[in-house]
Each structure stands twice: as structure tokens, then as C-alpha cells.
Design a protein around this ligand. Structure first.
Ligand SMILES: [Zn+2]
Length: 387
């Protein structure tokens, strides 16, 4: 079969803006800067509101934090409908060879859009890192960590000796309003966790708003439009390939225990510490979220039981890692990796992610084990006796 020229593919992409194609399957909300966000047409279940807003698109490309995937409009159709590249191209109207003059004009327009978007994105990232660093710095100046200790105690957890967590007294919580612009919805006490890259450089913050009067210790923040409880956690800055090094080891770690959430990872650590286990060579890391634990997948696979927003089986990221996209890097000294799987999120999605992480972290002489919480529970539920 004849190869499709780059010009023809560019023409097809210009005729099919990503946000318009994605809107066939899901309802997207406009955000500032020509961006749109909403449920992911690939991985979100019909009923799942917890993943809403993890899918972001512009006219040129899309990215999903849960799928840990992204790309152009052709890749979106491949992923949503399980089509081959050729089938996706056909379903988008096919790739005919455009007139050279028209092609040159479109290419120039697209290049200008790309250049502007890249400049805006670079500026946004710089500002965001500076804001995160300010929040982190102000916490250091004011807080002894007592708030974090009290929160962890409420969750049945010990307070680790760590530089990764800080208490902050007054952290703003922003949420997109009806016009898509962020609005200040809440401010209050929070647990801050530093997100670091492989070199240990500060890249962002994981923020948990705390209210010790609530049974789970987390602030009750409601969406003023729907009244629905919003997540009391937010990630700011850059998380991809980065991690929260919750409990460092005294020496170069030979064992690494890693899971999605802070409370999940601190649960086995608290149990082992109370039992007097020698943890001087064991490090405990949070991957910030599940997608970041496994990194980008090579392909999506159909969910065994669930249907997605387009009526076909919901698709989830598969078990083969895409090693061309950087993920979390673990220290060479680690010979034993334990990956924690919570039992309260979708089993298929979680299991694929952990198996993908296991392949990503595989190295000669290294053992990788998966540890599962009981069905319907996370490790912190189990620690607190919610069986
Ligand atoms: Zn997705």
C-alpha cells in the first residue's frame, strides 16, 4: 500500500481539529488558551466522574493523565475505536493529496500556532513551578509539621522523618468556574508533598487539604455548581516521571516500596515500623498517581466488562510500556521492588498499570513483586481495620 505523505496527513489533521473529533464521544469544557477538558473518551467509564477533567485537548493534540497517553487526532481515533492507523485515517475522511499552495499556507498557519502555543506553555510551566516553590517555602517558614502528624495519626499512620512532607496553614484551592477560568473556592490547612525528579530537583507539589474535624481528615470542598464533593487533593507542577520520596532509606536502598497515594504507601511502612523491622535500606515512594506509576503504554486494550462513552468496550492502557516516553526511574541499588495495588479502584486498569510498571522497572538481578489490598479496600482502609 502506498505510503501517505506527510502533507496529506497534515491536511487531514487540519480538517479534523482534535477537540471537535473528541466531542463526538464526550462533552468538553472550554479552558483558557484554546484548551478543552473533560472526561476521557478512551478510559473514562460512563458513570465515572472521578476521572472527569483528566483529558485535555487543543486543536492539534490531546493528552489523558489516566491513560498516560496523548498525540494527534489519528492516534485518538486509533485509541478510542481500537482502529489501525489506516482505518483511523479512512474514518477521518481519508488522506488525499492537497494542492501545494494550499498545503504551504496551512503548514505556515499551523507552525505559527505551534510556536505560540509552545511559548505560552513554557511560560505557564515556569510560573507554576515558581508558585509551587513559594507555597513550599512559606510552609517551611511557619510550620513544625504538627498538622501533618495529626492528619497521619487520624489515618492510623506514623509520621516519617522526611523532607518530603510539610504542613501549611493557608493554601488556596482553585477550581474552574463556568467560564473555564480558575476561581478561588477554598483556602485552609494542607499537607504538602514535594514532587522530585530523578536528580532530586523540586518539580511540583501534591497538596492535600486537611480538616481534622472530618472523619477522613480531609477538607470538604464542594463544587458550587453541582454541590458534588470535589477531590481534596491537587497536583501542581510537573509529575510525569517524577515521584514523592516519602521515606528515604538511611543507605542506598536495596528495596523500594512504591504505590499511588501517600496514605497507601505509609500504611505498610507504619506497620513495619511498629513491628520494629529494619528499614534502613528500604525506601518508600508515592508515584503521585496511578498512570505515573506505570508510565505510557504501547497500546490500549478493551476492558473485559465495561462500556466506554462511545458505546464500545471501554479501553484501558495495556501492560506493555512505551519505553520511548520517560517514566519514573528507580535507583540502580534497588534489587527488590514491591508495587502496591489498591483494591478500591478498577481492578483491570490497576493491574495493567502495575504489570506495566513491573516491565518498566525490570533489570537483571532485580525482583519485582505486586502486593494487593483486599477487594474494595485500599491499604489504609486495611490498616484502619475496615474489613
Ligand atoms: Zn484516558
Amino acid at each position: 500500500m502506498a505510503r501517505i505523505s506527510d502533507s496529506a496527513l497534515d491536511d487531514l489533521r487540519a480538517r479534523n481539529p482534535v477537540h471537535e473529533v473528541a466531542s463526538r464521544w464526550v462533552t468538553l469544557r472550554a479552558r483558557p488558551g484554546g484548551r478543552y477538558a473533560g472526561p476521557c473518551p478512551i478510559c473514562s467509564a460512563n458513570t465515572a466522574s472521578r476521572t472527569a477533567g483528566r483529558f485535555e485537548v487543543t486543536a492539534d493534540k490531546w493528552v489523558c493523565a489516566v491513560c498516560f497517553d496523548g498525540g494527534d487526532v489519528i492516534r485518538l481515533v486509533e485509541r478510542v475505536e481500537g482502529k489501525s492507523f489506516r482505518e483511523a485515517v479512512e474514518s477521518l475522511g481519508g488522506a488525499g493529496e492537497p494542492e501545494p499552495e494550499l498545503m504551504a499556507k496551512r503548514e505556515a498557519e499551523r507552525e505559527e500556532r505551534r510556536r505560540r502555543a509552545a511559548a505560552v506553555e513554557a511560560e505557564r510551566r515556569n510560573q507554576e513551578r515558581a508558585r509551587c516553590w513559594d507555597i513550599w517555602g512559606s510552609a517551611q517558614a511557619r510550620s513544625p509539621g504538627a498538622l501533618v502528624a495529626a492528619y497521619l495519626h487520624l489515618r492510623g499512620l506514623e509520621m516519617p522523618e522526611t523532607r518530603a512532607l510539610r504542613s501549611a496553614l493557608d493554601v488556596p484551592y482553585f477550581h474552574p468556574g463556568p467560564d473555564g477560568k480558575p476561581k478561588l473556592l477554598y483556602r485552609g490547612h494542607a499537607m504538602l508533598a514535594a514532587i522530585q525528579d530523578t536528580a532530586g530537583t523540586f518539580r511540583g507539589l501534591h497538596i492535600t487539604w486537611i480538616d481534622l474535624d472530618q472523619p477522613d481528615g480531609k477538607a470538604w470542598i464542594a463544587d458550587p455548581e453541582t454541590g458534588e464533593r470535589l477531590p481534596s487533593k491537587k497536583v501542581r507542577g510537573v509529575k510525569q516521571g517524577n515521584a514523592i520520596r516519602l521515606v528515604p532509606s538511611l543507605h542506598a536502598p536495596s528495596r523500594l516500596v512504591m504505590g499511588e497515594g501517600i496514605e497507601t504507601v505509609l500504611s505498610p511502612w507504619s506497620v513495619m515500623r511498629r513491628a520494629g523491622r529494619d528499614l534502613s535500606q528500604t525506601a518508600f515512594w508515592s508515584s503521585v498517581d496511578l498512570g505515573n506509576l506505570g508510565g505510557r503504554a504501547l497500546e490500549t486494550v478493551p476492558h473485559p466488562t465495561e462500556t466506554g462513552p462511545n458505546g464500545a468496550p471501554r479501553r484501558v492502557p495495556g501492560v506493555m510500556p512505551d519505553m520511548s516516553v520517560a517514566g519514573i526511574v528507580i535507583p540502580d541499588s534497588v534489587t527488590d521492588v514491591v508495587l502496591l495495588g489498591d483494591g478500591d479502584s478498577d481492578r483491570c486498569l490497576t493491574e495493567n498499570t502495575l504489570r506495566r510498571a513491573a516491565q518498566r522497572f525490570a533489570a537483571p538481578g532485580r525482583t519485582i513483586r505486586l502486593a494487593w489490598a483486599r477487594d474494595g479496600l485500599d491499604f489504609n482502609d486495611m490498616l484502619r481495620g475496615r474489613v
